[in-house]
Design a protein around this ligand. Structure first.
Ligand code: C6P
Length: 406
């Protein structure tokens, strides 16, 4: 199948605009992706035709909303190679990880246990573990990162001991682009009896992901980074693990029977979806999954890789630019710094030419400290970006270099 990636841009109304008199170049896809017509129309269509609460009404609209909501769960399950009863709708990656930390973590962790993460984690996969460590007496340890921006696995055997009860790590780093050897690390963790959680925020929309093949116990992702709206995401929990987990929030729809003294909870995903969920968001996440599956994640990965390789090659031409992260096995983003230009100033400069970059610590402060920088600039790509846009970014960065030259 040959995909006309330039024609794909026509699906994205937001890309057809000018910013400050220049065509918009949107390179902040790691923060959030843009949405195609197909997704926007699914959202509007739901509110125009089917809006009702799910699982509790016996009328036509409630039946339709419930069917669409559960159909979307099946789509997400298929997308990840999971069973539908293993998929919980969440607000996004952050909520998914907090759910695991508070539900699984509070019940299963105790003093002396180790929670293992890595030095390249987003705060979403660090702070929730810090919190549960304080609550349970478990200890938080991390796998260090090399100067080249990869996990330093030289000491992994002394870190991954039998005290480790969970190894939670990022699949693709949002600050370095590193694609971690997930399958290999999961197998190592399993060998010492630890469960594994993959932070899939930067992988779910960018590459084929099969949770059964990876063999992880938890996989969390956000819809908004893969063409769906903000406020919706999903968490995969291996069925055998889910069966023993207690709810972390109580309320409507997660119970079978309630008395003043005690309650009985539902089995499966409903146990973790207390209250009215983001029904529209969940349904539209299904539309985003359809859209991405029609393109094929292997094609998206291939195209993203070509874009990022082009960017890395061309950025190396710019004097004073330092690129972070590995040369090989890189997701679709490049973090960099430019001598004399603070990342915030550089982002503001780029914005005046219609170029959306991101400058900051990218919610990875410990990693920034390791790299001895306060922040970096970042260009992150998605399948609707083009090499021509990257070339235009290079021109803007060349001009910026002259402007900020120390
Ligand atoms: N990163 C960025 O890099 P939420 O906010 O829940 O949708 O996703 C949190 C999150 C978790 N893990 C990784 C690896 C991430 O990249 C993110 C979100 C954004 O620009 C915002 S800091």
């Amino acid at each position: 199948m040959t995909i006309d990636w330039t024609a794909i841009r026509n699906d994205f109304p937001i890309l057809q605009q000018e910013v400050h008199g220049h065509p918009l170049i949107y390179f902040d896809n790691a923060a959030t992706s843009q949405k195609p017509y197909q997704v926007i129309e699914a959202l509007v269509g739901y509110y125009e035709r089917d809006n009702a609460n799910v699982h509790r009404g016996l009328h036509e609209l409630s039946g339709r909303a419930t069917d669409a909501y559960e159909e979307s769960r099946r789509k997400v399950a298929g997308y990840l190679g999971a069973q539908e009863q293993e998929i919980i709708f969440t607000r996004g990656t952050t909520e998914g990880i907090n759910l695991v930390a508070q539900s699984w973590g509070r019940t299963n962790l105790k003093e002396g246990d180790v929670i293992l993460i890595t030095e390249m984690e987003h705060h979403s996969n660090l702070v929730p573990w810090q919190m549960v460590a304080l609550q349970t007496g478990a200890v938080l340890k991390h796998v260090p990162v090399t100067d080249g921006g990869e996990l330093d696995l030289t000491e992994i055997d002394s870190l991954l001991t039998e005290q480790v009860k969970i190894f939670a790590f990022v699949h693709v780093s949002n600050s370095l682009g590193t694609i971690n050897p997930a399958k290999e690390l999961i197998a190592k963790a399993k060998a010492v009896g630890a469960l594994t959680l993959l932070d899939g925020a930067q992988s779910a929309g960018h590459m084929p992901v099969d949770v059964k093949d990876l063999d992880c116990d938890f996989y969390a992702f956000s819809g908004h980074k893969m063409c769906a709206p903000t406020g919706i995401g999903a968490l995969y929990i291996r069925e055998s693990v889910l069966a023993d987990m207690q709810p972390w929030q109580g309320g409507g729809e997660m119970i079978v029977r309630v008395e003043f003294g005690k309650s009985m909870y539902k089995e499966g995903p409903a146990r973790f979806e207390a209250g009215t969920p983001d029904i529209a968001g969940a349904i539209v996440l299904g539309a985003a999954v359809d859209y991405l599956e029609a393109l094929g994640r292997d094609h998206i990965f291939q195209h993203d890789s070509e874009l990022v390789q082009h960017a890395v090659t061309r950025m190396a031409e710019i004097e004073g630019v330092k690129i972070y992260g590995p040369a090989a096995s890189r997701g679709s983003l490049v973090a960099f710094s430019m001598a004399g230009a603070h990342p915030h100033d550089l982002t503001t400069y780029a914005n005046s030419y219609g170029l959306a970059l991101r400058g900051g610590h990218h919610c990875t402060q410990p990693l920034m400290r390791k790299m001895k920088v306060a922040s970096t600039s970042r260009a992150s790509f998605y399948f609707y970006n083009t090499k021509e846009e990257i070339d235009r970014m290079i021109d803007i960065l060349q001009d910026a270099r002259k402007f900020f030259a120390p």
